[in-house]
Design a protein around this ligand. Structure first.
Ligand SMILES: Nc1ncnc2c1ncn2[C@@H]1O[C@H](COP(=O)(O)OP(=O)(O)OP(=O)(O)O)[C@@H](O)[C@H]1O
Ligand SMILES: [Mg+2]
Length: 377
């Protein structure tokens, strides 16, 4: 058995990307259109709760981009202000493009280039045509992770730049990934951009994909997994990608230590305590964001949702929050702040086009109920 454990929970590079065919096809459709010289009018926005696989999907897209194209994978720390958007685009286009945009300059450097432009009174917008010509030979794909953390003005600039470049014929596509708050950034920036994006939600894995995420990497080592184990692991993880990786990591170590060729229920029982501890730690971290009256409200809403037959619409949930705020003699207008806090805590989220909200991971609701103030854990 290979000494290096390929399961690294949270790394964004799983030993095998299970499922996600439709999600990948949707985003690769945008990429391939740009590669074919006919970019679509939309950029991509991958959104979903923490730990569901947004980064893993971005890495897979990146790996599928052929060498002929230019591409870059950024995070918000690369885009602190609006100028960084232009600088990153220029930098990503590569030295050859920069030299062609500024033939007389010997040192090819974004800062130098922009300094010279400034002295000559040239704006980035004046150069879009030349950039577009370059991308016809070398299409440009910009991938941005954690996009929900972008300052709103930078988000607006990024979306604007993608549109402006395509408007002059550039073969570019931007793909953003972030938590569900990403979908409302256009509205919050004061500009409606939602129709500019092809949105792709990323939620829990199906039962089949959950099994595949474990069966394929262990299969490479000649290790089998019983059907009963796969069923138990799906019930335990609900298809939450991060937990599936946690189980994989633990089972891998167990197989190595005991030279196992087959994973049975006994192996699961042995490592369950450590997986549970890690999960409790993750939930505790999310739960500790709630204190005082907010915590009390959160626990009451959780109880009400658990008693319901299916989760309500976002509007209904906000009304429930409003009622609880009134009962606490607090300003009922803050219902949407509380709803957003629930989304930020990875408690609930909403897919575009779905009326009802969804639990991010159903077992977080169980954790809240078990740890409710005054109730023993
Ligand atoms: N389709 C998949 N099959 C198997 N493992 C996956 C899959 N998607 C993600 N994973 C694994 O699950 C874990 C969480 O995935 P990832 O880090 O991509 O989530 P994320 O949505 O980017 O989370 P965050 O919001 O915290 O950035 C990682 O260890 C990743 O390798
Ligand atoms: Mg991520």
């Amino acid at each position: 058995m290979h000494p290096d454990n390929p399961f690294r929970p949270g790394s964004g590079k799983p030993p095998h990307l299970a499922g996600r065919k439709d999600e990948l096809d949707a985003m690769m459709g945008l990429v391939n259109a740009a590669l074919a010289g006919k970019p679509r009018h939309q950029d991509g926005a991958i959104y979903g709760p923490r730990g569901c696989g947004k980064t893993a999907l971005l890495h897979t897209i990146k790996d599928r981009i052929p060498d002929i194209a230019r591409h870059v994978l950024l995070t918000p720390s690369d885009l602190k202000n609006e100028d960084d958007v232009e600088a990153q685009i220029l930098k990503s286009l590569g030295a050859r493009a920069l030299s062609r945009l500024l033939p007389e300059e010997t040192e090819i450097n974004v800062q130098v280039l922009r300094g010279v432009w400034k002295r000559q009174g040239i704006e980035f917008s004046d150069k879009r045509g030349e950039i577009a010509a370059h991308t016809k030979k070398h299409p440009f794909i910009l991938l941005l992770d954690e996009a929900h953390k972008l300052p709103l003005n930078v988000y607006e600039k990024l979306v604007h730049e993608s549109l402006a470049l395509r408007a002059v014929g550039a073969c570019v596509t931007f793909i953003l990934a972030g938590k569900p708050q990403l979908t409302s950034m256009g509205t919050r920036a004061g500009v409606s951009f939602s129709e500019r994006f092809l949105h792709q939600d990323i939620g829990l894995l199906s039962q089949e994909s959950t099994s595949e995420a474990l069966v394929v990497p262990f299969g490479r080592e000649g290790i089998g997994i019983s059907g009963a184990v796969l069923q138990a692991l799906f019930e335990d993880t609900h298809g939450y990608a991060y937990y599936v990786q946690l189980w994989g990591e633990g089972l891998w170590e167990f197989c190595r230590e005991h030279s196992l060729r087959h994973i049975d229920v006994q192996a699961v029982d042995s490592i369950q305590p450590s997986v549970r501890r890690e999960r409790e730690r993750a939930y505790q971290e999310r739960y500790s964001a709630w204190t005082g009256e907010d915590l009390h409200l959160f626990e009451r809403i959780n109880q009400q949702l658990r008693a319901m037959d299916g989760l309500p619409s976002k509007r209904r949930l906000e009304q429930m929050i409003e009622t609880e705020l009134k009962a606490q003699r607090r300003t009922p207008h803050s219902f949407s702040d509380i709803y957003h806090k629930m989304v930020e805590s990875d408690y609930v989220w909403q897919r575009i086009g779905n009326r009802s909200v969804t639990f991010c991971i159903p077992s977080f609701s169980d954790f809240i109920e078990a740890n409710r103030s005054g109730v023993a854990a």
